[in-house]
Design a protein around this ligand. Structure first.
Ligand code: URA
Ligand code: SF4
Length: 213
């Protein structure tokens, strides 16, 4: 199956999914969107009010800030793929629960396998946890880590954090400026070693490496 077909299949399944309780309160599920040949994948937390209404990721205020951040490094939405850890809105935007994240994880894994990204940018704590294990975002934001599967992950604060806490806005802007270097390094890696993309297993030991080259 081509990447495009897999992504379409995942989106179709997500739109009618009832694997966790978040299906009960949703207006629309939000599978994610972007280029089906994107080599950069952004992973947020879960749909909010506007995303739930429109069925599209990051279209509210946090999304406007994300657009600004993408533009600052010369990326457009159509250059990347954007999705979330959970595809349905948690009530009152509460944190997604562990059982909801694990119910939804297979969709994210299939999206990763289809895209075979060179770079995964985690937005916020919940997507960070999948790739960086038990770390604190205040300690590792802006840091990149090479994964055996052949991609590089970089952890960012969630754009909404910058809207709630003005002091973080510039931190996020500065962290985003590191992404082009990470992309360049990941492209170099991909050119020398074809990757076998296997998404991390839930119990995977956190990889040791943690530096920005
Ligand atoms: N916050 C997220 O984590 N994801 C969205 O899609 C919108 C806001
Ligand atoms: Fe299904 Fe994920 Fe929505 Fe839960 S959050 S109902 S697992 S698509």
């Amino acid at each position: 199956m081509s990447s495009e077909e897999t992504l379409r299949e995942v989106a179709a399944e997500v739109s009618t999914c009832s694997k966790c309780n978040l299906c009960k309160g949703r207006t629309r599920a939000v599978p994610g969107e972007g280029s089906t040949s994107a080599k950069i994948l952004f992973i947020g937390e879960g749909p909010g009010f506007h995303e739930d209404k429109q069925g599209r990721p990051f279209v509210g205020p946090a999304g406007q800030f994300l657009d600004e951040l993408l533009a600052s490094i010369n990326l457009k939405r159509s250059d990347v793929f954007i999705t979330n850890v959970v595809k349905c809105r948690p009530p009152q935007n509460r944190d997604p629960q562990p059982e909801e994240i694990s119910a939804c994880d297979d969709y994210l894994d299939r999206q990763i396998e289809a895209l075979k990204p060179n770079v995964i940018v985690t937005l916020g704590r919940f997507s960070m946890a999948k790739f960086f294990g038990n770390e604190r975002i205040s300690a590792i934001h802006g840091r990149a880590r090479k994964k055996d599967a052949g991609y590089i992950c970089i952890a960012m604060y969630h754009p909404a954090a910058g809207l709630h806490q003005a002091s973080l806005k510039n931190v996020i802007r500065e962290d985003f400026k590191k992404i082009p270097l990470v992309i360049a390094e990941a492209e170099r890696m991909a050119a020398v070693a074809p990757k076998s993309v296997t998404p991390p297993k839930p119990k995977e030991e956190p990889p040791q490496q943690l530096s920005l080259f």
